[in-house]
Design a protein around this ligand. Sequence first.
Ligand code: HEM
Length: 494
Amino acid sequence: RRSRLPLPPGPRPWPVIGSVFDMPAQNPWVTYRQWYNRYDSDIIYVQLPLQPAIILGTYKAAIDLLDKRSNIYSSRMSSVMHELTAWDFNIGLMPYGPRWRHHRRMFHQHFHQGVVDRFRPVQLRMTRDFLSWALKNPEHTRKLVRQLFTAIIFDVAYGKRISGMNDEYVVTAEEALASLAAAPGVYWIEYGMPLLKHIPSWVPGMKSKKTAEKVLPLVLNMKDTPYAEVKAEVDKTTAPPSLARTMIENIRSRYGGTPNEVVYDEVAKNVAGIAYAAAAETTTSSAQSFLLAMAMFPDVQKKAQAELDKVVGPDRLPDYDDIEQVTYIRALVLETMRWLPAAAAGVPHALIADDEYKGYHIPKGSVVIPDAWAMLHNPADYPKPEQFKPERYLDQHGNIDSTVMDPTIIAFGFGRRICPGRHFSNNSLAIFIASTLQVFDISAGLDDHGTPVELSNEVIGGLIIAPRVVPCGLKPRSEAAIRLILEAQTAEEL
Ligand code: HEM
């Protein structure tokens, strides 16, 4: 049944292919902004080959639809590529329904606000190890940040210490992840190819299918191998504490010997696997953006260090008890999440029933994209949005100002699909930022040819972005800082 209401405005589609070539593959928020202006609308309609895309340019539109009508806006587009590569084990890609709900519930059980602090000792220990790695090899800062958040999540998920970025697990997982990290433009084409599954890979033009055949064993290996190892260790009672161990023990005690044991075991395996896939790249991106902001806005850096000097003092490293007391640093964490948001292009939801909004018809099956960049750079909420200014979140007494929009309510997505790892991520980022600022002065640093690194807020990536340039000028603030770093180190550099 066709609606009598008009569709939202948007670029005029071509026959058959629609506007697929108008959908930007890189920095899509730049094109989206032109569309909001051209069509004078914060909701845009783009016709793609098999389904329309709806772009939401304001927080209000995102909340009105993705949150208040979350009963119909909480699905995901199914992609044949996800099925062919086994990536459909990923909660973040599952369509709305009982399978997603089971996974989401188990994930939530282990990462909700009330329990997530039990991961803090690992987060603190590893962050302190990072300080010693960066002290020795600041020129590798970009890689070391990635290594830190990879090591944290591997330890949390499987109780395993990785031996560096060349670790066998990490290499497999990174390769598997790389296959997911396609720019959004690639998705638009693949979503329109449900027949892909039935076409043999030797047919010319079946590049995606060939890729899928290469990726499949990597994805299976990534999620099956470490989980199977933890299971074997649980059998021998040698498993160190981890998310996987806790889930395996819970399932055995509740469902052992029943048919449910197999079902929940699969869910647990997927939950542990997805913790890695969802956590490493996102938090790394934000931590790298923080380093960039510090090098580009040295006055902010000095103010944050002055606060740490006052609250923590020179004789120790910050710990989690300090975070409540360092309000400027907490504002700085918020600004990091806003200034270069890791999921800048917005994670698309899918609509499962026809809807109406602002007098427009929103067709069932639409993919609905919250334009996080536009919302987090809206000058009405964040004046001079390109500036990195933690002060914008503080009132005249230096407390967090509750009238300023908290950027994390946008950066972590919306409604029933909101990021369930956000509390864990906030903990990781806060202690990383406080610890790094306590002991290092951060500046651009020198490149391989000895010339100063040129800083810019350009980004790379697709669904998850990261700064193109990560500064590497991490210089210890004092002899005392060096001593603190070396005393706190628990492991040699990976
Ligand atoms: C800077 C850090 C992070 C950012 C910016 C971020 C952002 C997001 C966003 C935007 C979504 C999609 C929400 C939506 O559909 O509206 C999401 C989903 C998800 N995130 Fe995060 N995330 C971060 C860190 C993490 C971490 C550390 C974990 C795990 C420990 C995690 C686990 C997940 C999972 C499992 C989903 C899928 C949820 C679902 O579809 O039901 N994320 N995240």
